[in-house]
Design a protein around this ligand. Sequence first.
Ligand code: SAJ
Length: 429
Amino acid sequence: MQNMTDKTIAVVGLGYVGLPLALLAARKGYTVYGIDVNEAKIGLLQKHTAPYEDARVEADLATTSVEFRSDIHTVAQADIVIICVPTPVDAQRNPDYSPVEKATEAVAQHIKKGALVVLESTVNPGVCDEMVKPILERVSGMMVGVDIGLAHCPERINPGDQAWHVGNIARVVGGFDQASTDRAWNFYQSIVEATIVKMNSLKEAEAVKVVENSFRNVNIAFVNELAQAFDKLGIDVVNVIRGASTKPFAFMAHYPSVGVGGHCIPVDPYYLIDYSKRKSGYRHELLARALEINESMPGYTVGLLEKELEQQGVKLSGATIAVLGLAYKRDVDDTRESPAYEVVHLLKEKGAIVRTYDPYVIRESSVGSIDEALQGAQGVLLVTGHTVFRNLSAQQIKASGVRAFIDGGNVMDKQQFMDAGVAYHGIGR
Ligand code: SAJ
């Protein structure tokens, strides 16, 4: 049952998470203010122009009633203020909560009595109780649980996925107290066509997100280790995983690759490791090792290329290598934590001449087309399985003079390369 009193929503942070949420809430009849510190982004949005490629967002923007503002004072109008700012890790992989701290302080300065604050940013268990709540109370002068509410509803956006989107993905919500949990539940259940589950606390809701993404990280590490073992045994690990997937229960397929990118999977487990170490001294050994295995994959993949070329008498040093793909996953333009950058760094460190091409990331590509990337290259290292790369033929690759093709996404037809006489190696196949 929708809480009839909450009518005005402010979404603070309009990225992959906040913008679709603001558009959805407006479509469901709420008065919505979309707030972001990035004036250029607000300017684009006020002209109904999407700041990034997403067909669903572009369509919604054309007719949305969301009011886009860069002025944080606007939160004073809102019954519910939802914070959707990034939670990156720094170079040492330590969680950087400064965006959450800054956004919370700004919201606390202007929030009205009786409002509910919801944090959607991914954080380790404890951040809402130990960081967000104290800031809200110190800066607003109001008490959480008395004057204002506080809840956590971890985001579950899967960028580029047209099937699963903010309007149909099940969510969990957990509040500082039951009133906050119920109020947050009312809001999300009124806009999402999927089950919203109430957790017993802020910490439980925070833990759900880091656990679900750590689960994915560990399972990817498992198949990446298998890939390295099966490469030595001459067993095609992708076929084996496909075979294991025929088991109708108790198996969930993950696949080896050149590396784990994105703003979630390679990052979220560090929150759990960091919190346990700080709060209890507990060491997540399995999780830490899984992260190491996944972070070793760019080096493993470059090693495959080096070995393949050497078998043909070509040294990597001085060789021209085409790196296809900079985005962290196929058919998106997002390069955050993409393994492509580690691949390029390692290739250059070994003296290779590197060309990069990604049709979704032209601004960072060193050449402007696949042909330019391939022409005269001795080796190709495919990082991102963009559909456009999957359509490349082995003949076309051979005609460019390429001697070795390393398929970091295991997306190409291996047999086609073998028939064309181009040395091909996937990850575990
Ligand atoms: N990857 C592998 N092997 C796999 C799956 C993924 O190497 O079997 C790599 C991808 O190439 C990519 C990275 O891992 O570089 C992350 O891939 P992803 O499919 O998990 O894509 P993300 O990062 O967009 O993950 C999002 C996540 N959403 C949120 O955290 C809110 C994640 O929870 C979802 O599981 C995922 O979408 C999804 O695809 O469902």
